[in-house]
Write a protein of this length. Structure first.
Length: 171
C-alpha cells in the first residue's frame, strides 16, 4: 500500500488570474461572469447576410421514371389476347353476365399468366369504355365471348349505361 492518495475532483473554473482582477468590461459577481457590451472591445462575429438580388437557382429535379405496375402490363397482354381471339371482345359488344368464368377458362387453356385482380381490372376497363357503354345502350342482346347471343339487355342496364356515358368527359 504505497499508493499515493488521489486528489479530490473539483468542478470549479480554472482561472489564470486571481479572482479579484478582471479585464475591463467583465465583472465577477457571485462566481458568475457579467460582460457589458458597451465596454467590450472584441467585435461580434459577422452574421450570414442574405445575398442581394436573386437567390441562386436550383437545378430542376430529374423527371421521375414512370413505373407501370406488373398487373397493368398483364392486363394489357390479356386484352391483346382476347381481342385477337374473340370478335365480341374486339367489337365491344355487351357481354354475358358471368363472362369472368369464360375468361378464366381461356386463361387456363392457353397457359396465360393472369391473376383474379388482373382479370377484374381488365373487365372494369373494358366495360367502362365509351364504345362498350354506347353498344350496351344500342344492342338488344348480350353475347358470349365467341359471339353467340346469350340474353337481353334490360332497360335498367341501358339507363345505367346512359348515366355513365353522361358522366364521362368528352373525348
Amino acid at each position: 500500500m504505497t499508493d499515493k492518495p488521489r486528489k479530490t475532483l473539483s468542478l470549479g473554473r480554472k482561472t489564470d488570474k486571481p479572482a479579484g482582477t478582471s479585464p475591463s468590461g467583465i465583472k465577477t459577481i457571485a462566481g458568475k461572469r457579467v460582460i457589458r457590451r458597451e465596454t467590450s472591445t472584441t467585435p461580434s462575429p459577422p452574421r450570414n447576410k442574405p445575398a442581394k438580388g436573386k437567390a441562386p437557382r436550383k437545378k430542376p429535379a430529374a423527371p421521375k421514371k414512370v413505373v407501370i405496375p406488373p398487373s397493368t402490363i398483364r392486363a394489357q397482354e390479356l386484352d391483346q389476347h382476347l381481342q385477337g381471339h374473340f370478335g365480341a371482345w374486339r367489337d365491344y359488344l355487351p357481354l354475358v353476365l358471368g363472362v369472368e368464368k369464360a375468361i378464366f377458362r381461356y386463361i387456363s387453356e392457353n397457359h396465360i399468366s393472369a391473376s383474379k385482380r388482373v382479370v377484374q381490372q381488365l373487365l372494369h376497363r373494358h366495360t367502362s369504355a365509351m364504345q362498350y357503354l354506347h353498344n350496351l345502350m344500342q344492342q338488344p342482346l348480350r353475347y358470349h365471348l365467341d359471339g353467340s347471343p346469350a340474353g337481353e339487355v334490360i332497360p335498367t342496364e341501358r339507363e345505367s349505361a346512359a348515366l355513365k356515358l353522361a358522366s364521362l368527359p368528352p373525348a
